[in-house]
Design a protein around this ligand. Structure first.
Ligand SMILES: C[S@@+](CC[C@H](N)C(=O)[O-])C[C@H]1O[C@@H](n2cnc3c(N)ncnc32)[C@H](O)[C@@H]1O
Length: 307
């Protein structure tokens, strides 16, 4: 396994994350340790890093990478357990929390992982291989309406119904077990100029569904506020509109003190804002970064500070 994942918006994200060089930081998406290495580099001898990745390969790779560093503590956990991890570490708070969402280049480029339509592999798409449901299970057992709903809601795919119908017809003849079988079903349905976009959307939808990505993200955001020190920053890099909307809405909601009269007509609900926005508009990569790292093209960086 090679370390070919290039960390996205490395300086932009860490300049905003680190407010105390002696602090304890949480990297929710360790991956191949790109952001984590740089966090450790920027901290002084009292600073510490705790990091998690749900993918066993990424976790084991980074475990070796940081084996000699006693200031790094790693977990092969889902990031939604950030509050549990803080407890295990006997920490009340983190001084900053970073999440660089989505999948790594290794997961995308590894022909065995089935994350990409570009190479033939088992239709799996699980980041956490201890979970039971694979993309093949979804494709071969879910009914047409549910499949169409997944493609439409999680992939924003307009041809969702046609694709779902065709999958049902094809699986009657032969079980769909590989990425190339799914690719050929879609190839038969869409013209060449829509092929790449449609395949990306269908694979994205399946990946989000199989890994329950949106629910995990909501849980992570909620739980991170329980363990983020006052003045600490929550820094999130998103790669598609569905996850970016969740982060944007969460930040917005947590910066509002009063609910609108429609939400709370009698003014009975008292709330305290828990976050302050650091950037109103998301920060996006420079053209230079995008030209050097294609994966960065859709990235958006949002930052808020715990009040
Ligand atoms: C974009 S990569 C992170 C790359 C990392 N910042 C680096 O520079 O090497 C995203 C990582 O998050 C992990 N991941 C995705 N969902 C997760 C979750 N719910 N809990 C923990 N890790 C998750 C993926 O397995 C992947 O390794």
């Amino acid at each position: 396994m090679s370390e070919h994942h290039v960390p996205v918006m490395l300086n932009e994200s860490l300049d905003l994350l680190i407010t105390d060089r002696s602090g304890v930081y949480f990297d929710a998406t360790l991956g191949f340790g790109g952001h984590s290495s740089e966090i450790i580099k920027r901290l002084d001898d009292n600073g510490k890093l705790v990091a998690a990745d749900v993918d066993k390969d990424a976790f084991e790779f980074s475990q070796k990478k940081f084996a000699d560093n006693s200031r790094v503590s790693l977990y092969n956990f889902n990031y939604s357990f950030i509050d549990v991890i803080a407890k295990i570490e006997s920490l009340s708070y983190f001084d900053g929390v970073l999440a660089d969402l989505g999948v790594s280049s290794f997961q995308l480029d590894n022909p065995d992982s089935g994350f990409t339509y570009r190479s033939d592999a088992a239709l799996d798409l699980r980041m956490d291989k201890t979970k039971e449901l694979t993309a093949a299970d979804v494709i071969n057992t879910f009914d047409e309406t549910y499949l169409a709903k997944i493609f439409f809601e999680l992939g924003e795919e307009k041809n969702s119904r046609r694709i779902a119908r065709s999958i049902l017809e094809k699986r009657e003849i032969k079980k769909i077990e590989t990425t190339s079988q799914l690719v050929s079903i879609i190839d038969d349905l869409v013209p060449e100029n829509f092929r790449r976009k449609t395949l990306s959307r269908v694979f994205q939808a399946l990946r989000i569904f199989v890994n329950d990505e949106l629910e995990n993200l909501k849980l992570f955001l909620e739980n991170s506020l329980k363990v983020l020190r006052q003045g600490g920053r929550l820094v999130v890099i998103t790669y598609h509109s569905l996850e970016d909307r969740i982060v944007k809405d969460f930040f917005k909601n947590e910066t509002i003190v009063n609910l609108s009269p429609k939400e709370d007509p009698l003014g009975l609900i008292k709330r305290e804002a828990r976050l302050k926005l650091i950037n109103r508009k998301p920060i996006v990569p420079t053209d230079f970064e995008i030209s050097n790292n294609y994966r960065a093209r859709s990235a958006k960086l949002r930052v808020a500070e715990r009040l």
